[in-house]
Design a protein around this ligand. Structure first.
Ligand SMILES: CC(C)(COP(=O)(O)OP(=O)(O)OC[C@H]1O[C@@H](n2cnc3c(N)ncnc32)[C@H](O)[C@@H]1OP(=O)(O)O)[C@@H](O)C(=O)NCCC(=O)NCCS
Length: 158
């Protein structure tokens, strides 16, 4: 398994859309959105034998360019539970640190126990807010934050 930043190409956009369609019931990305994330944000891919199995997408905050927002993380269904999501997020965060990012934020469904386990217990994200109706009536989200200053990866989360 390796993680690397993905640049825009016809194949890379198609691969992201393939994994996203597989991992989510309600999709967010399209052939319009993936290219601008690749050109203006950061998109990292989890590759196994050069085949894309997962991805992360990050935006940089307008108010504070040292803060990045995790737009999305996904691992293809048949590859979930192999440690890929953890490795992908860890490597993505390490790469962001090298680019001067000092904290990462995200929103997550309070019922998404697997994602919460990775974010909070493994990576050390903390709940910064509870956002009612964040994505429409009845669609609440936790807003999580991770301080990357001095962050040493999952092994060092208390
Ligand atoms: C969330 C996601 C990226 C995780 O990827 P993954 O490759 O399955 O993750 P990993 O194998 O690295 O780790 C899974 C961890 O969750 C744990 N886990 C699995 N099911 C769980 C559950 N129901 N409750 C709590 N923890 C759970 C596993 O035990 C493992 O932790 P461990 O290593 O401490 O044992 C992937 O499942 C996915 O794409 N899900 C659909 C999209 C999604 O929900 N994205 C997040 C939106 S905010």
């Amino acid at each position: 398994m390796i993680v690397r930043c993905i640049e825009k190409s016809r194949d890379s956009v198609a691969s992201i859309l393939r994994v996203e369609r597989d991992a989510f019931t309600e999709t967010l990305q399209s052939r319009w959105s993936v290219p601008y994330h690749m050109r203006h944000g950061r998109v990292y891919g989890l590759f196994v034998d050069e085949v894309l199995k997962g991805f992360t997408i990050f935006l940089r905050s307008w108010d504070d360019p040292c803060i990045a927002y995790l737009v999305q993380i996904a691992v293809q269904k048949d590859y979930q539970g192999n440690g890929g999501g953890t490795f992908l997020l860890q490597e993505s965060l390490m790469s962001l640190i090298k680019e001067g990012i000092t904290s990462v934020t995200l929103t997550v469904d309070p019922r998404n126990a697997r994602a919460l386990h990775i974010y909070m217990e493994k990576m050390g994200f903390q709940i910064a807010d509870y956002r009612h109706d964040e994505y429409g009536e009845g669609t609440d989200r936790y807003y999580l934050k991770l301080d990357l200053r001095g962050w040493g990866g999952p092994e060092n989360v208390p």
